[in-house]
Design a protein around this ligand. Sequence first.
Ligand SMILES: Nc1ncnc2c1ncn2[C@@H]1O[C@H](COP(=O)(O)OP(=O)(O)O)[C@@H](O)[C@H]1O
Ligand SMILES: [Mg+2]
Length: 235
Amino acid sequence: MSDHKLLLAAETPLLKGSARHIYQHPHDKNLLVKVLIHQPYATRPGSLKEWRHELRFRFKHLCVLRELNEYVRIKSIATESSIFPHLASFRGFADTDLGPGIIVEAQKDQYGKLAPTYTELLKTGRFDAQAAADLEAFFQTYKASSLVMSDLTGRNIVYAWQGDCHRFMIIDGLGDKTLFPIRSTCAISNKLLKIKSIERQRRRYRKLFKHSIMLETVRAISTTPLIGKNSKKGK
Ligand SMILES: Nc1ncnc2c1ncn2[C@@H]1O[C@H](COP(=O)(O)OP(=O)(O)O)[C@@H](O)[C@H]1O
Ligand SMILES: [Mg+2]
């Protein structure tokens, strides 16, 4: 076994994504290692189902490569620099005892913990007016750029502390995830699909805001003493 291999198999992943396990880098607290986990198809080896399972795994590999390709592409275009501050840094590859790993910079919150995703912010009631303004700023930059991101989901953007302010950061979802890479090959579809995905995420927080404004109004009404009630008491 190579001396340079990162040993992760005995460690518990910090998080599990839809395809990858996220580990703390064993030698650097500011880095994470992402590993695509291959689960062998246990039942009925040699079956059509196993073949489909393997094919799906190969496609996941292809998506990881497309993600890196998009990162390198966008980073090499100087005129796209406005999106750079929103991209979590890719720091290279590592050979691990779980297979090849991708090293990325860990995005953190003010207290040094892993930054919450947009979905977590919404679910825990931490999405406030400042976060909404920061999200809108991110949407504007994202829309104006040529960045290809197939998965603008709440779990692929985190709200990270930058030393003096928060910023929404893309930590996953770059590149096409369809067999034919439609977004990379057609700029117009990329733009239209971006607008659609931004609208979908906007609806999520606007719905939540509407709900909390309604709750506050109901609370305010229920705690305000009624004139009729008071005047009755006075009688
Ligand atoms: N660079 C990062 N900084 C902070 N948290 C991260 C980072 N990368 C991933 N995460 C966390 O790990 C989760 C899963 O990572 P992700 O790369 O989205 O995996 P998958 O490719 O399986 O979807 C994310 O939703 C996020 O909470
Ligand atoms: Mg993800």
